[in-house]
Design a protein around this ligand. Structure first.
Ligand code: SAH
Length: 353
């Protein structure tokens, strides 16, 4: 298999084209074809001379991840399964809304974090994705969107399989191309990265000149409870994660999102809500409550609607901005926490690092 042209950043393309004795501006031309116009073959790069196209095609392929399956939910959500070169598979989700359309992408095949309520973690970990495998999900889902949605802006959420900040370099490289006006041109305001708070990588993300919105997976209002749900609490405790997130550079008035999966009788009482309100009081925080999306292997139950309302009311009364995430694509296991490795693959998965 030839190396993939898709996934190279501008310095990478410049290097390759310099090797072919091409002037530096060629790299930008190729970059625009790859990420702004998103052509499917080198031959479609019509402002490159035919001999150059032929030389590129002799040395490189241009490909996106191989689609393996596509499931449509009753609510219009589409779950895409991609089969990767080494047999690993990943899922990405297209979520149509009234005034926008959202793509949810994966950064790892599986996930090593083993959060107790998340099917991705329950099914195990396989590997980090490459930059082209991350970008390719966006390219493929954008190309697949129905024509009638073409006027709507894109949102991209890095909330699929895996922990993006455990695959920091490839994820940051992909984000740069996604947000580049000469690339995918997704507005940084419409891009959100969700993380449990891998502190060294979060610091790295903060150093980026252009940054996405930040969402922190909190899920408990204290360390003792968080530890029982999320093993990563041992390494990166919630107080330190919140302190770091509060330093995350966002424009004036911007807020950091704290995600909180509600699990019946585990973390969904009014007392938990009061603790959470105290924890976040005075921070630039908004809380996104996520009623558990169940799956057969997930050993928790969804909260009652009354518990969700009561939890919400406590936060609202404490003047904390709060919203409840509506599940999308639940019938096809496309909702948050429901993406997973296929069975055969999971049993072959390597142990967590
Ligand atoms: N590893 C990152 C990115 C994955 S985002 C992170 O944890 O933030 C996935 C989001 O869905 C997280 O907020 C996660 O906690 C939430 N989630 C996981 N399992 C879920 C489930 N079963 N129901 C609802 N939300 C879930």
């Amino acid at each position: 298999m030839l190396p993939n042209l898709f996934g190279l950043d501008l310095p990478g393309l410049s290097r390759e084209l310099a090797r072919l004795d091409e002037p530096p501006y060629r790299a930008r031309q190729v970059y625009v074809w790859l990420y702004k116009k998103r052509v499917r073959s080198i031959d479609e790069m019509t402002d490159l001379a035919k001999p150059l196209r032929a030389r590129l095609a002799a040395e490189f392929e241009l490909r996106w991840p191989e689609p393996a399956d596509r499931q449509l939910s009753y609510d219009g959500t589409v779950k895409h399964l991609f089969r990767l070169d080494d047999g690993a598979s990943i899922e990405s989700v297209y979520i149509p809304e009234e005034k926008r359309r959202t793509i949810c992408i994966s950064t790892q095949a599986g996930c090593p974090l083993e959060c107790a309520f998340c099917l991705t973690g329950i099914r195990g970990y396989r590997r980090n994705l490459k930059t082209w495998e991350i970008l390719g999900q966006v390219a493929a889902l954008m190309a697949d969107a129905p024509a009638r949605t073409h006027g709507l802006a894109w949102n991209v959420v890095v909330m699929g399989m895996g922990e993006p900040l455990l695959n920091c370099d490839a994820t940051l490289a992909a984000l740069r191309v996604l947000m580049d006006p000469e690339g995918f041109a997704v507005s940084p305001k419409k891009l959100t990265l969700s993380t449990v708070g891998i502190l060294p990588a979060l610091e790295k993300l903060m150093q980026e000149p252009v940054r996405p919105n930040l969402a922190i997976s909190l899920h408990a209002p204290n360390a003792a409870l968080r530890r029982t749900l999320m093993p990563i609490e041992e390494k990166y405790p919630l107080e330190a994660v919140i302190a770091a997130a509060q330093r995350y550079p966002i424009p004036r008035g911007g807020l950091v999102t704290y995600e909180y999966v509600l699990l019946r009788d585990v973390n969904d009482s009014e007392e938990h809500a009061r603790q959470l309100a105290r924890l976040l009081k005075g921070s630039r925080a908004k809380v996104n409550l996520i009623p558990l999306n169940p799956a057969p292997e997930i050993p928790f139950r969804a909260p009652t609607p009354e518990a969700v309302d009561a939890f919400y009311a406590v936060l609202a009364a404490a003047q904390i901005t709060v919203s409840v995430r509506r599940p999308r694509g639940q019938d096809i296991l496309a909702a948050c926490g429901q993406l997973h490795l296929k069975r055969a693959e999971a049993s072959a998965a390597s142990p967590a690092p």
